[in-house]
Design a binder for this molecule. Sequence first.
Ligand code: NAP
Length: 257
Amino acid sequence: MRILLLGGTGEARELARLLTGEREHEIVSSLAGRVSEPIRPAGEVRIGGFGGADGLREWLADNRMDLVVDATHPFAEMITANAARATARLGLPMIRLSRPGWAAGPGDRWYRVPDLVAAADTAAGLGDRILLTIGRQGVAAFAGRARPWYLIRAIDPPAGELPPRHEILLARGPFTVAEESELLTRHRIDVVVTKDSGGAATAAKLTAARAAGIPVVVVDRPPVPAGVTVVATVEQVREVLSEWSAEGTGGRAGRKD
Ligand code: NAP
C-alpha cells in the first residue's frame, strides 16, 4: 500500500522508521515545514503544505496513495480536518494516531480549559509570571494582556502579536525534571500553561510544577473528525494496517478518483 504519513511528531518518525523497513508498504512522510531545522524521518520525505483539503486530495490522487496515516500533533487541527475531507472525497481510509492525553495525579493543581483564549483568562487569574509552553503559534491569544509577564518557550520565534511584557526562550526539548524545576525557580514562575499534548517527551514540566505546587492550565484537545479510525500507539497503527492489508481495505480498487 502507498501511504501518506503526515508527520511532525516523534511517533511519526518512529512509524516511518518501522514502515520503511516493510516490503508491503511504500511511505511518503510529509512535514509542514514550520521549524527551521526539522528532524527528518526515515525514507521519502516531502515538506510544505498541500494547499488545503482540495490540494491534498489532488496530491493523493496524483501520487496514487492508498491511505493516509495522520500522525501529526494532537493539536494540528487543520491538517487533520483537511485529511479527513480529502480522504472521504476519494474514498480512502484514514488512521489518526493520537497519543493519550495527560491525566492529573495526586498533588497536581490543574485547570482544564477548552481553548487558548480561556487559557489566557484562567492563567491571568492565577498569577503574574506565566510560563507559556504552547509552541510558537497561538501566543497571540495572550497578546492583549498588559499585566502578567510571560516567559514564552518555543523552538522557533513565536508568530503574530505578542503580549507587551514577555521574554522569549528558544529551546527544543525534551527537558529533564531538574531542568524544568530550575527554569521555574530562576524565572519565579507562578503559573504554567500547556496544551494537553500527552506523551513523555514534554511531561517533565508537569512533574516540576507539581513538585513546586504551581498551578498548570491545560488546554483540552480539539475533537477528531467523524469517520476516521483513531488509535493511540504506533503499534496499533501497524495492527490496523495488517488487518486492512489482509482484508484488501485501502487498496486502489476502493478509490473514487
Ligand atoms: P495545522 O494548524 O493543523 O495545519 C495548518 C496547515 O499547515 C495545514 O492546513 C497544512 O497546510 C500545513 N500542514 C500541517 N501539517 C502538515 C504536514 N504534516 N504536512 C504538510 N502540511 C502540513 O498544523 P500546525 O498545528 O501548524 O502543525 C504543523 C506541524 O507541526 C504538524 O506537522 C504538527 O505535527 C507539528 N506540531 C504541531 C504542534 C502543535 O501544537 N500544533 C506541536 C508540535 C508539532 P495546507 O493547508 O497548505 O496543506
